[in-house]
Design a protein around this ligand. Sequence first.
Ligand SMILES: [Zn+2]
Length: 188
Amino acid sequence: MAKIFIDPGHGGSDPGAVANGLQEKNLTLAIARHIREILLNEYQNVEVRMSRDRDVSVSLNERANMANRWGADFFLSIHNNAGGGTGFESFIHSSRPMRTRQLQQTIHRAIVQQLNVRDRGQKSANFAVLRLSRMPALLTENLFVDNANDAALLRRASVLQLIARGHVNGLASAFNLRRNQVYPPPPS
Ligand SMILES: [Zn+2]
């Protein structure tokens, strides 16, 4: 069983980036729920927990602690970007462990393949959740809420599904997830 911990960024009193009528905390939760739903519906050897499943404040420490206590195999933090720019980028911790770099490459590429947006690259940073989680950890920045074109994409439910699908494809490949048996349809 692969134990995947999904962390929808922000929440509660912390909305994250706010622009163009969008609040990051709502987008991250929607994407995280889609990822969980697809993983549990379509794959058999995977368990999922989330740092939050509603609009509530959770500290960065507590997010990492929850994953550590559970003994997660992977920590996946979902965010949307802001500050001027467009497209997708992902981060691992600045210590750049080899295994984590490999997972970033697999998952990053799978997401970019789903989205026809600018690939801003595979990056590293000393973000708290990446530093404090004791398992490989990746943080994805899924488009810019303060960019009009990106915001228009983020308003479409189908785009949030595509973002989730990209994450799932990457996770499935990185953790050798097995698809559920699909029984042939009855003869017509
Ligand atoms: Zn964020």
